[in-house]
Design a protein around this ligand. Structure first.
Ligand SMILES: *Cc1c(COP(=O)(O)O)cnc(C)c1O
Length: 490
């Protein structure tokens, strides 16, 4: 029996949503082509429904946003920017991308928005190279008395290219909560520019005075502010001042907290757009849209950013542009403001519940959507051991370095927990207290697992009865907050 036939009758008339019906029909169409692929897609829904999603970088997008990606818009090439395409027939892409840009500019108060980056990493690469073009390449071409790159001789172009590759970038270190695209050795960002990281202090906070001193010594062209696992806000007015002290460009990567900015939780000096030259983001984390990237910039960078293709990218993903525009429409509503405020209220409730249980948190708390637990000090467990055990108990979290972590990045001494996804399900402070109690109850009783007769840094065990009891509590909790309740697949 088809998905549509099997599940359609289960929902009563009032609950039937066109998005849910479309998903069932789509699964039937996929199943006809390849049952195994359809099976994995359905299984992913079951897996996401049966676990508490505490991964700070994940969320649940709406069924409409998902559907906007699943159509023939994917078949169109539309290199270029709105109204200036390298292919004929881009009118519909123009309208979709134009609407997305308009919404992004309105929501974030930005001079300009660029929606084409395929991911957060791509957005950063486009931003880096736009800055290099604007600040280094264009002035060099002008000094040579030429109008554009095409007029340069091979020797002159080589001179410019060497100049581009001798610039400096500075971002928050990976072990301090930064992202690998911020100058990590194994990422292209540290290969195309000379990179030096700044680190958090022993309590886990960014030390602005120490950063100001380090910036004056290193003199980067680009100063990056932004993070993947820093549980505090960043003062962008201070960051601007520090960047200005050496004439650096301020790039803010708000991949993790864009939703908190859009929802009005981060304002004043915590809103990056008034202070940064360029702001990059993902669209799938707290912003709750499709998997993708986006750039906001001040007018002087607009021309360079809009040439993201051919600079870094090829053709845009028009189907994802449609989903981005739709997601931004959802963000531009009063209920998203409530959502963003609840994300932070939940993270703070989670932090307080852990602190009451004597658990040690990096920086001692949070003022955004995530917390970092020091599992080594609190439970004598590595981050990897805690992650594995919690996954076994049906909680999805990820291991994470704590400030000055003595463990290898593959093992770590902590875990990161975030509230964006569970808040989308409708959970509030009360549920956060229950989740903290479950996690503390498990980790407190955990013993390192053994591998080949030796304690394993990756495995931890608890009594089977306790594990079952905690799984039951999670099942009970999740039963009150169903994921996509209008979608009747079981
Ligand atoms: C997640 C993240 C990215 C990368 O996003 P992808 O879409 O995974 O490429 C970039 N910067 C920061 C700060 C992030 O947290």
């Amino acid at each position: 029996m088809s998905f549509l036939q099997r599940y359609f009758s289960k929902v009563n008339e009032r609950e039937r949503s066109s998005a849910a019906i479309a998903h069932l029909a789509a699964l039937d169409a996929i199943h006809e082509q390849d049952p195994e692929i359809a099976k994995s897609i359905v299984q992913e829904l079951r897996d996401q429904r049966s676990r508490l999603k505490l991964i700070a970088s994940e969320n649940y997008s709406s069924l409409s946003v998902q559907l906007a990606m699943g159509n023939w818009m994917t078949d169109k090439y539309s290199e270029g920017s709105v109204g200036h395409r390298f292919y004929a027939g881009c009118g519909n892409v123009d309208r979709i991308e134009g609407e997305g840009m308009r919404l992004a500019q309105k929501i974030f108060g930005a001079d300009h928005a660029y929606l084409q980056p395929h991911s957060g990493a791509d957005a950063n690469l486009v931003a880096f190279w736009s800055i290099l073009v604007q600040k280094i390449e264009n002035p060099a071409v002008e000094r040579l008395g030429k109008k554009n790159l095409g007029e340069l001789s091979a020797a002159e172009y080589e001179e410019v290219r060497k100049l581009l590759s001798s610039q400096r970038v500075m971002g928050l270190g990976l072990g301090s909560g930064g992202h690998l695209t911020h100058g990590y050795r194994y990422n292209i960002s540290s290969k195309m520019m000379q990179s030096e990281s700044y680190e958090v202090d022993e309590r886990g906070f960014i030390d602005y005075a120490a950063l100001a001193k380090q910036v004056r010594e290193f003199r980067p062209l680009i100063l990056i502010a932004g993070y993947s696992s820093y549980p505090r806000r960043i003062d962008f007015a201070k960051m601007r001042e520090i960047a200005d002290s050496v004439g650096a460009v301020l790039l803010v990567d708000m991949a993790h907290f864009a939703g908190l900015v859009a929802g009005g939780v981060f304002d004043g000096v915590y809103h990056p757009v008034p202070f940064a030259d360029i702001v990059t983001t993902t669209t799938h984390k707290t912003l709750r849209g499709p998997r993708g990237g986006m750039i906001l910039c001040k007018t002087p960078y607009r021309a360079a950013v809009d040439k993201g293709c051919p600079l870094v990218l090829g053709g845009p993903l028009p189907h994802v542009l449609a989903a981005k525009a739709l997601a931004l429409k959802e963000v531009d509503t009063g209920s998203f403001k409530q959502y963003a405020a609840q994300v932070v209220a939940n993270a703070q409730a989670l932090a307080e519940a852990f602190l009451r249980n004597g658990v040690k948190l990096s920086t001692g708390g949070t003022d955004n959507h995530l917390i970092v637990i020091d599992t080594a000090s609190s439970f004598h467990l590595t981050g990897r051991q805690a992650e594995t055990l919690l996954y076994d108990a049906h909680l999805t979290v990820n291991r994470n370095a704590i400030p000055r972590d003595p463990e290898r990045p593959w093992i770590t001494s902590g875990i990161r927990l975030g509230t964006p996804a569970l808040t989308t399900l409708g959970m509030k402070e009360k549920e956060m207290a229950e989740i903290a109690a479950i996690i503390t109850g498990l980790l407190r009783e955990a013993k390192p697992g053994f591998e080949e007769g030796k304690p394993s840094p990756s495995k931890a065990e608890v009594d089977g009865v306790l594990l079952d009891k905690m799984r039951m509590r999670i099942r009970e909790l999740l039963s009150h907050f169903p994921l996509y309740p209008e979608l009747s697949i079981d």
